[in-house]
Design a protein around this ligand. Structure first.
Ligand code: FAD
Length: 480
């Protein structure tokens, strides 16, 4: 059976999908709007590094790419909270050993996936070939070059601004698509590695402490309520910082003081440095190119995009951000897109996937896929939005900090206890929707306890664990 597949977009999901489909012996043509990033044409304004966690790793593992990617990843064991006075506090992601997230280079990962896909004879990448339209009746893709291409089916992995999704929106009467943008945008900034006089080869051998200006094994957060900055380590010793800030100032009458900080108020060096000196005093000395970076780098926008249906008969399927872009605050957009690919591939092994004869019944496969994935992508999209407020506000809140400490102790003591964060991040066997429902119930109980109890060290863990287990039994009972 040689299916002829068309993939739109050679980003993270499209490139991984090409590998999965090629392994099945399918012929795969990938059309990418941008130039070949292996030739140095990496677009500005895209996140430079990303947090890769278990769902993404599981998808990479199936195609033998996990160890390769993790070799140059920097493990992050928790959130390092930076308060206004420069004090830091580590909130571990998990109480269990071996549960951490990994900072990886976006372009490094994307290039590795393209290189791997190209090892298969059946895969061809076509760069600088943007899809400009898609015909839902014929399944024909129109390219910017004027060429028209078609295959047995088309999978659109063309990201949040998907042209294919927009074509579906125009052509399918019941198509629903809506996006909600945050009032906050983001800007990437830079903390360089510790400089050393030696050669690049000798520098690479230096210990992490010797290469990084901040603790390399944490995701750093400067939570400031209406805005925040985060920093993720890069393998070369530098950090990529991301400032999340309102695009426009709210009317001063409605708020007070620093609440009015916004991108539109940081218009010159003076206002920028005043803001950073006041809000992030411990970071400023580490950011020698702050002014240049701030005024050169683009301000990105953040939003949640939902769409439905994701497929038209067996002709086309939306996958990854094109179907369900989310805000980046759970570090799951790419992990979820990789999970999409793994689940889609697993359905191709189901008996019903093959129609009479030998070809794949894409209509059946896409229907099953969409029904399975939609409740879960809805769940992670909602959790990602909630996590913005958790990172921005709650990480600085004492009750929340006590709750995280209690959860860490619970995880250390009871191997069967998983916090919501752990279920989302470290349990690839658990659907996002279950993680959300169970996690919210647990959070309500633990927040109540921590609001009343200032000293969580004295709390009887066994009785809490029993109450948490009861919640799980109630959840199972309510589904019967
Ligand atoms: C600031 C920020 C930080 C993030 N951090 C994380 C994180 O830590 N962890 C995580 O898991 N996720 C993170 N994400 C989310 C993650 O980046 C996305 O979910 C992921 O890139 C989705 O992959 P994708 O392949 O669906 O889309 P994309 O990666 O956007 O790829 C789409 C591809 O399609 C191409 N394309 C677009 N239009 C066309 C067209 N018309 N024709 C042909 N090709 C086209 C694009 O050039 C691109 O190569 C973050 C996102 C942002 C914005």
């Amino acid at each position: 059976m040689t299916e002829k597949m068309i993939i739109i977009g050679a980003g993270l999901a499209g490139s991984l999908l090409a590998i999965y489909l090629a392994r099945r012996g399918f012929s795969v043509d990938v059309f990418e709007a941008r130039g070949d990033m292996r030739k140095g044409e990496v677009a500005a304004g895209r996140s430079i590094n990303l947090a890769l966690s278990d769902r993404g790793i599981a998808a990479l593992r199936e195609v033998g790419m996990d160890e390769y990617m993790l070799a140059e990843a920097v493990p992050m064991y928790g959130r390092m909270i930076h308060s206004e006075n420069g004090e830091t506090k580590l909130l571990p992601y998990s109480g269990r050993k071996g549960e951490f997230i990994n900072s990886v280079s976006r372009s490094g990962l994307n290039i590795a996936l393209i290189n791997e896909a190209e090892k298969y004879d059946g895969v061809r990448f076509h760069f600088n070939e943007a899809c400009v339209d898609f015909d839902c009746n014929s399944g024909v893709v129109r390219l910017g070059s004027g060429n028209r291409v078609s295959g047995d089916t088309v999978i659109a992995a063309d990201g949040a601004g998907s042209v294919v999704r927009q074509a579906m929106e125009h052509q399918i009467p019941d198509f629903e698509s809506y996006s909600v943008f945050l009032e906050h945008g983001y800007k990437e900034l830079h903390i360089p590695g510790r400089t050393a006089g030696g050669s690049p080869a000798s520098n690479a051998k230096r210990s992490p402490e010797d290469r990084f200006l901040l603790d390399p094994n944490a995701l750093h957060i400067w939570p400031r309520h209406r805005f925040m900055m985060i920093a993720l380590p890069n393998f070369d010793g530098s950090f990529t910082c991301t400032l999340f800030l309102a695009n426009k100032s709210v009317p001063p009458a409605a708020t007070a003081g620093t609440d009015t900080a916004s991108f539109d108020r940081l218009t010159d060096e003076n206002s920028l440095l005043n803001f950073f000196d006041r809000e992030f005093p411990d970071a400023v000395p580490l950011m020698p190119t702050l002014v240049e970076d701030f005024f050169t780098n683009p301000t990105g926008q953040l939003g949640t995009l939902k769409s439905w249906p994701w497929h038209v008969d067996g002709k086309v399927l939306l996958l990854g951000d094109s179907a369900h872009a989310m805000v980046p605050f759970y570090g799951q957009g790419m992990n979820c897109a990789f999970e999409d690919v793994r689940i889609l591939d697993s359905l191709l092994s189901e008996p019903g996937a093959v129609a009479t004869g030998s070809s794949v019944d894409w209509k059946v496969v896409f229907e099953q896929y969409a029904a399975l994935r939609k409740p879960n992508t809805d769940a992670i999209q909602e959790m990602a939005e909630e996590n913005f407020y958790e990172m921005r506000d709650a990480t600085a809140d004492r009750v929340f900090q006590r709750k995280r400490a209690l959860e860490t102790r619970l995880e250390r003591t009871f191997p069967d206890y998983f916090s919501k964060y752990s279920m989302v991040t470290f349990r690839e066997d658990l659907p996002y929707s279950v993680a959300k429902e169970r996690g919210n119930a647990q959070d309500r109980l633990l927040m109540e306890i921590c609001a009343e109890e200032e000293n969580t060290e004295d709390i009887d863990l066994t009785s809490i664990f029993t109450d948490l287990q009861k919640l799980q039994l109630e959840e199972i009972g309510s589904k019967r």
